[in-house]
Design a protein around this ligand. Structure first.
Ligand SMILES: [Zn+2]
Length: 59
């Protein structure tokens, strides 16, 4: 696990595909599976999106 406290990309907007950065993050939450989820306001379309769901790196 790398420490990603500095500004960086959270992922891509699932709606418009814009790059969502950590500075756009609105809230963090823990899922029932114990994973960290994030909601961020997309700089492209302005919607509250979950950019972390875009990473096709799940187990
Ligand atoms: Zn968007």
């Amino acid at each position: 696990m790398a420490s990603n406290n500095q500004a960086g990309a959270l992922g891509s907007c699932p709606i418009c595909g814009a790059a969502v950065q950590t500075q756009h993050e609105i809230i963090q939450y823990s899922t029932t599976a114990g994973e960290l989820g994030r909601w961020a306001e997309c700089p492209g379309c302005g919607e509250a999106v979950d950019p972390s769901s875009d990473t096709p790196n799940g187990s």
